[in-house]
Design a binder for this molecule. Structure first.
Ligand SMILES: Nc1ncnc2c1ncn2[C@@H]1O[C@H](COP(=O)(O)OP(=O)(O)OP(=O)(O)O)[C@@H](O)[C@H]1O
Ligand SMILES: [Mg+2]
Length: 241
């Protein structure tokens, strides 16, 4: 079974690629018999470039312009067929285990054009507490929800407060989005080590220490993705998990 998650936000620089990269590595190291595939929809290829050197029989990196149209929008029908039949595209060692597809996406796309997200189990929207991130995310979210009636019943939408420095930062995001009928995830703290995720000399030592530091975060995320957390069937307001 493939668990599918995506990192999206029309706002650039919120951490989509950083988190897609670290999530892929974290899941690959935690589930040594499972397959993990990163699908990078961004032609900047930030996450796919970073992960290439770790590619092996269980960790695959898929970055292809076939998935995007000339207009810069996702090719939803192609993505839908790929995602529904993922096991025939990605090498899977054991299909009875939990396997993972992690989607990274580009900035600037119109969320109304993201219908492929319905096929994801979780849609993570990272943002920082900056005014620019919060304003842009508000617009993004309202277009995403408008474009997909009942969308959040099939895919779970989770705000991920990122680059958080104080509890007040987190509370500010919670207050700003209190009326959004989505989930509020655990915060990710601002970290100099996370900032180095894409250095070409990003060595295994730094990587191991980032993954170690983020272990409690990924404990939380894995429980969420594997359905071990009680979630509301339908929430009218922001629901903190
Ligand atoms: N928790 C964090 N702490 C410190 N720096 C971070 C954190 N998360 C992300 N960053 C840094 O923020 C910058 C933007 O991150 P990233 O490239 O992942 O964003 P993005 O949303 O993928 O951007 P784009 O939309 O341009 O693809 C990077 O320099 C990254 O190292
Ligand atoms: Mg990116």
């Amino acid at each position: 079974m493939f668990r599918k998650v995506a990192f999206v936000n029309a706002k650039g620089g919120v951490g989509k690629s950083t988190l897609a990269t670290l999530t892929s590595l974290s899941f690959a190291s935690r589930f040594p018999d499972s397959s993990v595939a990163l699908l990078d929809l961004d032609k900047q290829a930030t996450s796919s470039k970073a992960l290439r050197k770790f590619e092996n029989s269980r960790l695959s990196v898929v970055g292809s312009h076939e998935f995007m149209l000339e207009s810069g929008m996702p090719n939803n029908s192609y993505l839908a067929s790929y995602m529904s039949d993922i096991s025939s595209y990605v090498k899977v060692e054991n299909s009875s285990l939990d396997n993972f597809l992690i989607v990274d996406s580009p900035a600037g796309a119109d969320p109304k054009e993201y219908s492929f997200l319905r096929l994801c189990d979780f849609v993570f929207i990272p943002l920082s507490v900056s005014d620019a991130d919060m304003d842009a995310t508000r617009v993004f979210l309202s277009r995403l929800l408008q474009g997909m009636e009942n969308f959040y019943l099939s895919a779970r939408i989770v705000l991920i407060p990122n680059q958080i420095e104080t509890r007040e930062d987190f509370n500010e995001i919670r207050t700003t989005f209190t009326n959004a009928p989505i989930l509020l995830g655990q915060p990710i703290w601002y970290s100099r080590e996370i900032r180095r995720t894409f250095r070409p000399d990003f060595d295994d030592h730094t990587l191991i220490s980032v993954l170690k530091m983020m272990q409690p975060y990924y404990d939380w995320m894995i429980d969420l993705i594997l359905g071990k957390k009680a979630l509301p069937t339908r929430n009218e307001k922001l629901f903190q998990i």
